[in-house]
Design a protein. Structure first.
Length: 317
């Protein structure tokens, strides 16, 4: 099932984690599973690290809170050893940069993580809402999406549907708006598949992005302007389809995409918890219980107009 392992007896799906290194014979990995003790002296090259990272099959992004560490590490390696030169692929990563030990730690973490098992069946009820959490960091941006099912009795339950992490060599503000763009692109596609969805809620922790989307004034910067245009186009497309779309500002602690955009040591435990697979508890409550941060958009616009006028007068006395 989608490359995962399905257990028909208990209706669960397992995501197998590759524990063999890339020594192939006729397309098959011929070595035994890597022993955790072997990672202490493993000679990691860019080729080996890239092969190990690509061998982790995770098309729905359920392991993204762990594999983001490998993505960031590989990006760091390729910024020091350019992949454009063939010889760099087989050079052992430099110890003085800390890259070799970091690569060993990452491989050790992955092979010692138990294969993830989760229930295949959705919760009882009908899928009515999509909750997308977006976040950007110094070198990544990410989205994580949960579906919320509602029963006839009004009970709410949720389940992780998709997560995606992308490397972005931009500033944090640019990665924040890129994550919002990514999140809205994904949910705009998902509502075409999940026909019962009537509401889409997007949560981010960047006040600047929240204001840019809702403000009358658009950024002059081409990158951000293009992202804003894409965001508005996706919002309008969903609203034209009769779907309610709302974007909310939350604190970083309440942003569930945070561990997808930057690796956290606690993610090795989070991957086993309901908080990841079902989402936070407030997701299963009414909107009045959500930890939304209020932003006075009109006040911010008035302040910007006042600042622009002062700047104009200073430049043109």
């Amino acid at each position: 099932m989608f490359g995962f392992l399905y257990n028909s007896y208990d209706d669960t799906v397992k995501i197998p984690i590759q524990r063999k290194l890339n020594y192939r014979k006729r397309g098959l990995r011929i070595t035994d599973d890597l022993d955790p003790q072997q990672t202490k002296h493993l000679k990691v090259t860019m080729r080996l690290l890239s092969s190990f990272q690509m061998s982790i099959y995770d098309n729905c992004g359920f392991l993204s809170i762990l594999t983001v560490r490998g993505r960031q590490l590989l990006s760091k390696v390729q910024s020091i050893l350019t992949p454009a030169e063939a010889k760099n692929w087989d050079i052992v990563l430099p110890e003085e940069e800390g890259l070799l030990q970091e690569a060993r730690d990452y491989i050790h973490m992955m092979i010692t993580t138990d294969d993830v098992v989760f229930p295949r069946s959705p919760p009882d009820g009908v899928l009515r809402e999509l909750h997308a959490h977006v976040d950007g960091s110094s070198d990544c941006f990410a989205v994580a999406i949960w579906g919320v099912w509602m029963s006839d009795a009004g009970d709410r339950d949720s389940k992780l549907l998709y997560a995606k992490t992308k490397i972005g060599k931009q500033t944090v503000p640019r990665n924040e708006i890129a994550s919002m763009n990514l999140g809205l692109q994904v949910v705009a596609n998902m509502i075409k598949i999940y026909k019962t969805v009537s509401s889409v809620f997007v949560f981010g922790d960047s006040e600047a992005v929240n204001l840019q989307i809702k403000a009358v004034y658009k950024p002059k910067d081409v990158f951000r302007s293009n992202k804003c245009n894409n965001i508005q186009a996706n919002i309008e497309e969903m609203r034209d389809a009769g779907v309610l779309v709302e974007i909310f500002l939350v604190r970083s602690a309440d942003n569930q995409a945070d561990p997808c955009s930057k690796f956290q040591e606690a993610s090795t435990q989070l991957i086993k918890s309901d908080k990841w697979w079902r989402g936070v508890q407030w997701m299963r409550k009414e909107k009045t219980a959500w930890p939304i941060v209020k932003v006075n958009v009109q006040q911010k616009q008035d302040e910007k107009m006042k600042t622009d006028k002062q700047t104009f007068r200073t430049r043109h006395p």
